[in-house]
Each structure stands twice: as C-alpha cells, then as structure tokens.
Design a protein around this ligand. Structure first.
Ligand code: SF4
Length: 379
C-alpha cells in the first residue's frame, strides 16, 4: 500500500512527534522489564490516570520480581484493590513465580519464554520485549489496530481473524527496526491522544498525509462499530452488619472451605473473588431471601435480624448491569462465621476488596446515624 520511501517518511514523522509530544509517564522513565511489564498489565482496559498511583504504590512495595513472587497473594490483591480485573494481579504473581523458578529471577528475552508466562499475550509480550530490550516485535492492540485500520481504510470487524492478521502484517511492515520500543509506544500514543475512537484529531496528526480514512472525509467511520453484547441485568442483596463501634463483617474470597456457606459461582465472579459483604442474588422478596440466607449461614442464637434498606447501588462490569440492594443490620457485635472477619466499616485498607464492596460501604456510611462514621468520609 505504501512505498518503501513513504514508510520511511511515515516512521520519521511519527517518531519525531512522539519524542516531542509524548506524555511524561512514570513507566516511560525506565527500561527495566519488570517495571515495563507491571505498567503494561495495569494499563489493560484501564485509564492512564487511574493506573499511575497504583503503579507507584505497587513498585514501591514490590520493587522486583522476587518481592512480588514471594509476597502473600492477599497483599498483592490488596494493592490492586480498586483497579479491577483482579485476574491480572493473580497472573502477575504467578508469572513472577515462574520467572523465579524457571529463569533465575531474570525476565526472559526469548519470545516463546515470555509468551509462556501467565497473563502475557502477543500484545503484552511484544510491548515488553520491544520497550525493555529493543526487540523487533510489533505490538498490536485495539488502539493500534484502529490507527492502522484508518491509515489503510480497512473496513469490517477488526477482531475477525483474517482482518486481524492483515493488521498484524501492517504493524510488522511499519515497525521501525531501529527503535521498535519507541515505535510501538508512538503508535499507542497516537491512538490514545490523537487518533481517538470517536473524534480523531486529524489536523494535529503527524501522519495525516498517509491516511486513507482521512482522505475519505469520514475518518471516524473507520473501523466499523462492533455490535455490543446484550447487557445482562443482575440483582443482588448485600448485608452490611453494623455495630455501635463501627465494625462490619466481610466474607473471605470464595473458595475458602472454612466458610459455612460459600457464595454461588456468579457471586464469586461479581465480587472479583475478593473480601466482600455477605451477598446473594435475589429474585422476588429481597429482604426475606437475604434473611433466610443469613440465618442459614450464622451460628444459632442470631435468630432476630432487623434489615434496614439502604439506597440501591448500580454498578457495571463489562456486559453485566448490577443493581445491589444493600441492607444495614444493626448488631451488638459481629456474628462469628468461620473464615469471615470483623473490620471497621470506614477502613477496608487491610483487605483486598472490589470497587463494588467499597460503594456498598460508602452507602452505609452516608446513611449512618453516627457522626463519627460520616466524618470518616470527608477528604
Ligand atoms: S489522519 Fe486522522 S484518522 Fe488518520 S491516523 Fe491521523 S488522526 Fe487517525
């Protein structure tokens, strides 16, 4: 599609633009493969601004692969709390353990070895190897695919196998062999800052003169929109025990056999396999179903439960629209359930919890009649 001379010019223009205008991001100040790897995993499906504080905390607590490999998993998840997609954190630690056991703690440089690590796919592997080691691998993710599709005016669903292979070939063809790491980052930066999904800023684009989508006059029409998966509606009920001293009860990550009644599989997924309020999915009489579940789970002697409804909470996870109906349950003390923990409602920093659990806690604190609890919400 482009001549060799045009490709050379395109590379030169994009790299010059990147070197002048790239954002100053913490992971761009290092070539340490461990740090690059952490940043690439955190940036998957997560905004840069949200990642920065997590990246800095994570690197400060786990400065190298050995520290990560040897840490308790709960500590790793605690530092990931709020970032979402927790399988990323679990896989990171698993891969750190693989690197320690199979590569003496050194991040591998062979592509096959990198691809054999937990949680690393073709895009992440290419990004790490090119940025940290200058290896000639083209990184193709959704952002880069969009830029390539617009440059070449490629129509249709980009994730369709043959089309993705075509884009992969374009990515390899355009890759700058002298600076593959900068090149990959430049393509990602262009996709993130200029060639954005809805409103590409073609007037600011360093490679506009090569872009066929722009020449068509309708660059935002490329690529075609994918049909979204139909949303699934889920209704949950959650119990927020509350003592006069501000303690509440959290259940452990599902899978702990010591718990009397493990939550159902769909709940496991929705609470991200982290610490969570006692939660069930409900169909009809919400408070009665929650009361029955609690009475079933609690030791004898907790027969009287007063359930006070809290404001409903809405939460979206990929294609799931979740409505949570939380109930505050006043209690003189937190009931004892094997494996569960009593913890201050206003401070979950000691345990890994999901954003959904934090939202429920916040709703309970806002409704609290205790001034001390409300004060804790102020910045
Ligand atoms: S000219 Fe416009 S559509 Fe083409 S790559 Fe640049 S920003 Fe994207």
């Amino acid at each position: 599609m482009l001549t060799t001379a045009e490709i050379k010019t395109l590379r030169k223009l994009l790299l010059a633009w990147f070197r002048q205008f790239q954002r100053d991001l913490p992971w761009r100040r290092t070539k340490d493969p461990y740090a690059v790897w952490i940043s690439e995993i955190m940036l998957q499906q997560t905004r840069v601004a949200a990642v920065i504080p997590y990246y800095e905390r994570f690197l400060s607590r786990f400065p190298n692969g050995r520290a990560l490999a040897e840490a308790p998993q709960e500590e790793v998840l605690r530092l990931w709390s709020g970032l979402g997609y927790y399988s990323r954190a679990r896989n990171l630690q698993k891969a750190a353990q693989q690197i320690l056991a199979q590569h003496g703690g050194q991040f591998p440089q062979a592509k096959d070895d990198v691809m054999a690590l937990a949680g690393i796919g073709p895009y992440t592997g290419a990004a790490i190897l090119s940025i940290a080691f200058g290896a000639k691998h083209a990184a193709l993710d959704g952002n880069v695919a969009r830029v390539l599709a617009r440059l070449g005016a490629v129509r249709g669903d980009l994730r369709e196998s043959l089309r993705w292979q075509l884009l992969q070939r374009s990515a390899v063809e355009l890759l700058d062999p002298k600076s593959p790491g900068d090149w990959n980052q430049a393509m990602m930066e262009l996709g993130a800052m200029v060639c954005t999904p809805r409103t590409p800023q073609c007037l600011l684009c360093p490679v506009a003169k090569f872009c066929r989508a722009r020449q068509s006059g309708e660059p935002e029409a490329f690529p075609e929109k994918r049909k979204k998966r139909d949303a699934v509606q889920i209704v949950l009920a959650a119990a927020v025990f509350s003592t006069p001293r501000g303690q509440t009860l959290l259940m452990p990550p599902p899978g702990n056999k010591k718990v009397n009644k493990p939550a159902a599989d769909d709940i496991d997924t929705l609470v991200s396999r982290l610490w969570h309020f006692p939660t069930i999915s409900v169909r009809n009489d919400v408070s009665a179903e929650l009361r029955d579940y609690l009475l079933d789970s609690l030791p004898a002697g907790n027969g009287k439960l007063h359930l006070e409804p809290l404001p409903r909470i809405r939460h979206a996870v990929t294609y799931r629209n979740i409505t949570v109906l939380p109930f505050r349950i006043p209690a003189a003390k937190i009931p004892r359930i094997p494996g569960a923990r009593s913890i201050p409602l206003r401070d979950f920093s000691a345990l890994p919890v999901s954003n959904l659990t934090r939202k429920i806690a916040r709703a309970a604190l806002l409704q609290s009649t205790e001034p001390a609890a409300k004060l804790a919400l102020k910045p």
